[in-house]
Structure formats: C-alpha cells, structure tokens
Unconditional design. Structure first.
Length: 161
C-alpha cells in the first residue's frame, strides 16, 4: 500500500511554451481553426495543451475533500452530494451535517492537506487535515470507481470532536 500527500505536492502553474504549438513545421496555417491563434477560451476545448497540463488537474481526493467540507460546514446543501455518494455514506454524511460537525463560530474551517492510499485498483482511501483557526481535526473518506467510471464516496468519517 502506498500513501501519498496531495495538497503539498502540487506543482506551480507553468507558463505556456515559448513556441506556438498551434503552428508547426514549414506550414504557417494553424491546425485548430475553432479560434484565433493564442486565444485561450475556457468554453472551447483546446487541442494545444502544453506538456504536463494534465498534472495541474485536481485529483478526485482533493475535489471530494472540498465538497465534503462544504457540506459539513453548511456552505453547500447535503443533496448536492447525492449523486457523488453510494450506499450508507450519504446517510452518514447527512447525520454529520445535521449535527453541525464542522460548523464553528469564528474562523472558517479550511483543508490544510489531503493524503490518500490505494488499497486496490478502483478504490482510494483518503484523509484530510482540517484547520479551524489553531485547531486541527481529521476527515476520512473512501472513494470507489463505479461501473460508469465515476468516483463515488462510499464511506465518510470525522475524527473525535
């Protein structure tokens, strides 16, 4: 089993390459005619991504940690996690959110770091350290890949409060 820390290891964003990847070789006509050269529009997919651009995409563990924290702090409704959870995890999440497990007066809870391990292919067990002012707490969750290739949370737990 291999344990990985994700938040602290994110590389800084890289600048686009110095050469224009849309124009290559002796031809000077762009391969991608859906937009003018050099335009970066998030609404249209790009085919000219710099090498390593996929590394900047957030991991499922980071996304789920952010979503779970938003639900547990009351910034997001519980039903927003309905399609992202499976089995009794939704019931446990609803119970934790109802009791206001991470609702604090004062400083808002933030995720300090996220780590995970892969016990078997298609399953990830993750934890997040949550800082509320000077106080630290822990959140653990399990993600499993469903037959439709989506990650779903199958278990969630908070450290002792």
């Amino acid at each position: 089993m291999h344990k990985v820390m994700t938040r602290a290891a994110h590389p800084p964003p890289t600048a686009p390459p110095a050469t224009d990847p849309v124009r290559t070789g002796p031809r000077s006509t762009p391969r991608n005619r859906s937009r003018p050269p050099g335009r970066r529009d998030a609404r249209r997919p790009t085919t000219d991504r710099p090498p390593g651009a996929d590394a900047a995409q957030p991991r499922p563990t980071d996304l789920f940690a952010d979503r779970l924290l938003a639900v547990l702090t009351g910034r997001r409704p519980i039903h927003s996690m309905l399609r992202h959870t499976a089995g009794p995890a939704y019931d446990e999440l609803a119970r934790l959110a109802e009791h206001g497990a991470l609702r604090e007066t004062g400083a808002a809870p933030v995720i300090r770091d996220v780590g995970y391990c892969v016990p078997r292919p298609g399953a990830v067990e993750a934890f997040a350290r949550i800082a509320t002012g000077e106080r630290l707490s822990a959140m653990a969750f399990r993600l499993e890949r469903s037959p439709d290739r989506r990650w779903r949370c199958t278990a969630v737990d908070l450290g002792p409060r």
